[in-house]
Design a protein around this ligand. Structure first.
Ligand code: AMP
Ligand code: GLY
Length: 423
């Protein structure tokens, strides 16, 4: 099978890496890719935001399966365009991708499917925003309704900062109740009917240690979650994923691809923070590091309505940790074009997944984005995986770069607490 992976982040490098070890994959193309994917797949230029360009490339390459990584092409209809060209596509159409593209749409689906989520007000004027902030009280949660690459949300106890963030938002503003408790990311593959959950992971959204600083796309992740209550995945599938997939199908917009549920385990039980219509980055790096089942067959089964026939998934019993190395300035304006040294010094069980990298004219790898590398490692347990990942990070030299030093630390120490729900 010939597979085309669309995207250029560490998530796509992780997908390409897994697909490249699947014997069913005979040819692999990544577009536009990065310096890391180029070592495992053919690279093609591509404007991922242009659905027709994605479909044309898939046709020209005679791909058997297209796997779309990022949200922008999905929300714009790239999966629809690929399917219209008669090619199997792993990724939802534009209608179903609204579950990520519009927080207001996601709230309506959840209400219809009785999925537990934070109470929210969708506001279109400053007076409505102020009233909603006062109704919920601090800490305030203010979200841009549309896509914002993980950076459209502010959680603050400063009412003026909350109002200011709302003023910066493009269209409608969503004000939410604050959810306490640890966060979980659960990805579920689906063909629109059948659901196959992957192992849960935890992401670190804030830029600095101790969850300080602004939100980012994600600074690191780990899996498994030793602190997770027994039966968590079953509960998420039963109360969140299956009802949402069923509701989208009922509305005539079946969701094909991976539904990413971002959840909080709160003192009032499980709550959805957000849905994404794609694999999470950096969680994919650790989830795929533990997947033993060949990936291409699974994604193809989801893309072609045959997930019910797939074998149960097999997982590595050990742990995986990934640490994002970000460019100077991230998540604000970043510097690019800096040489990255030491990638070759990262040794197993650690390995480097590229994100914002490109190959310069002299063949050297240079930075080209905010999140530059995702240094990933596996180990018998979190402590071993964590130690190996940070040893890998220390080998990397990139001027002005920064990373969090506390990825998976609280979990390794047994310090993550799920609030008691009293039942
Ligand atoms: P989102 O873009 O909706 O995933 O939000 C990004 C991050 O903001 C989440 O991963 C949480 O860390 C935080 N966040 C979002 N909504 C809430 C909420 N209602 N309560 C507490 N934290 C939240
Ligand atoms: N890790 C957060 C995201 O992919 O949206």
């Amino acid at each position: 099978m010939k597979v085309l992976v669309v995207g250029s982040g560490a998530r796509e490098h992780a997908l390409v890496r897994s697909l490249s070890t699947d014997p069913a994959v005979t040819e692999l193309v990544c577009a536009p890719g990065n310096a890391g994917t180029a070592e495992l797949a053919e690279t093609r230029p591509l404007d991922v935001s242009d659905p027709q360009a994605v479909a044309s490339l898939a046709t020209a390459e005679q791909a058997d399966l297209v796997v779309i990584g990022p949200e922008v092409p999905l929300v714009r209809g790239a999966a629809d365009a690929v399917r219209a060209a008669g090619i199997a596509c792993f990724g939802p159409g534009a209608d179903a991708a609204r579950i990520e593209g519009s927080k207001a749409f996601a709230k309506r689906v959840m209400a219809a499917a009785q999925v537990p989520t934070a109470m929210a007000h969708v506001c279109s004027t400053e007076d409505e925003v102020a009233a909603a902030l006062d109704a919920f009280g601090a800490p305030y949660v203010v979200k841009d309704d549309g896509l914002a690459a993980g950076k459209g949300v502010i959680v603050t106890s400063d009412r003026e900062a909350a109002l200011e963030h709302a003023r910066q938002c493009d269209g409608d503003v969503v004000i939410e109740e604050y959810l306490d408790g640890p966060e979980v990311s659960l990805f579920a593959l689906t063909d629109g009917t059948t659901v196959a959950p992957l192992v849960p992971a935890q992401d670190f959204k804030r830029v600095r240690d101790g969850d300080a600083g602004p939100n980012t796309g994600g600074m690191g992740a780990y899996s498994p979650l030793p602190w997770a209550p027994a039966g968590l995945v079953d509960e998420i599938v039963e109360r969140v994923v299956q009802p949402t997939v069923d509701e989208l199908r009922r509305q005539g917009t079946p969701f094909v691809g991976v539904l990413y549920a971002g959840l909080a385990l709160t003192s009032r039980g499980l709550r959805v923070i957000e849905f994404n219509a794609r694999f999470g980055d950096p969680e994919t790096q650790v989830v795929l590091a533990r997947l033993r089942t060949p990936l291409a067959g699974l994604l193809q089964a989801a893309a072609t309505g045959r997930l019910a026939e797939a074998e149960p998934l097999a997982w590595d019993a050990g742990a995986a940790v990934t640490v994002v190395v970000a460019a100077e300035g991230y998540p604000g304006k970043v510097t690019t074009g800096d040489p990255i040294e030491g990638i070759g010094d990262v040794i197993a069980p650690a390995y480097v997944l590229h994100a914002g990298t490109e190959t310069g004219p002299d063949g050297a790898v240079v930075s080209s984005g905010g999140r530059v590398l995702s240094v990933t490692a596996t180990g018998a347990d979190l402590a071993a995986a964590r130690a190996a990942a940070y040893e890998g990070v220390l080998a990397i030299r990139l001027r002005g770069s920064h990373y969090r030093t506390d990825i998976a630390l609280a979990a390794e120490r047994g310090e993550v607490r799920v609030p008691s729900t009293g039942d």
